[in-house]
Design a protein. Sequence first.
Length: 367
Amino acid sequence: MKLRISRDDILSPLQIISGVVERKQTMPVLSNVLLAVEQGKISVTGTNMEVELVCHLQGAEVLSEGRITLPARKLSDICRSLPEHSEIELSLEGERMHLRSGKSHFTLATLPAEQFPNIEEETQDIAISFNQKEFKNMIEATSFAMAQQDVRYYLNGMLLEVSNNSVKAVATDGHRLAMASMVTDVDVAQEKQVIIPRKGILELGRLLSDSDEEIVISLGSNHVFSEIGPYRFTSKLIDGKFPDYNRVIPRGGDKVIVADREALKGMFSRASILSHENIRGIQLQLSNNLLEVFANNPEHEHAEDSLEVIYQGGELQIGFNVSYLIDVLNAIPDESVKMTLSNPNASALIESTEESDRMYVVMPMRL
């Protein structure tokens, strides 16, 4: 195998694909990327056995073909360290890959391409066309609420629910829930739900741009696929039953607060400085047109603040994890927000005051 390519043509794909490759691997080959030069085309593939990302490189000169795996981070770091617009020559000599650029020469260990795992092909049940920017916004509006390494494995990802002319994204870690939806041209005989793992959602979000170009997401029985520019994205689906999120959404709350989003976020952020480092609890106290917030920590430090709001629902004291509230306010793009409460033991429903396709639920804390 031998090829020449501009440093600028290979660096960005390597950095993106290296994001899929985990640093700590049980199989050494999973720390590598697969470089394949076949039929005059060059592709780079990275996988962690759950998510696979393939990029077809442009602008390379193929001198001889072949397939080999190379250390992902080292290859990416070497390319990044080289001057812009420099020319790179990669040549496989025996079991070593030689990378030459100008007066620089690097020799990298390799592993056989035969050891590199492939995600199996499968038929696609549904193909959905999305506006790339809108789909990216929907992911960003909900992905922060996904669980991390929860024993309830089905929470370590995002639910995509496809129904006629609508797609809904839902994420929860058991303490908060984020939900967003968008209208799309899809016609399905019956509603379909899939759970995309956390890593898959985060990598998919990185590939999406703010353009209005259409992309197609294809759902199979075990995988989700998409082609975005020069990248082919594949992720396994989580085999599990997602909780019935409709049962979590609080109904009939009679205490409604309307507040300026930035002012509310600022007050919560200031109170968080002196909240307990681990539990991050703050106390909210409501009275007519006034929201007061209190925080303290084991060092007997104390914070209190207040904000004028629109509220006429009687007095109420309730505790929350302040980080959860700030995350929600960061996800709402509008100027003002509405928080609906009922009692100190019931979850809060947080929405934009404008017509919005986003809804957030945060469970209270006992403080």
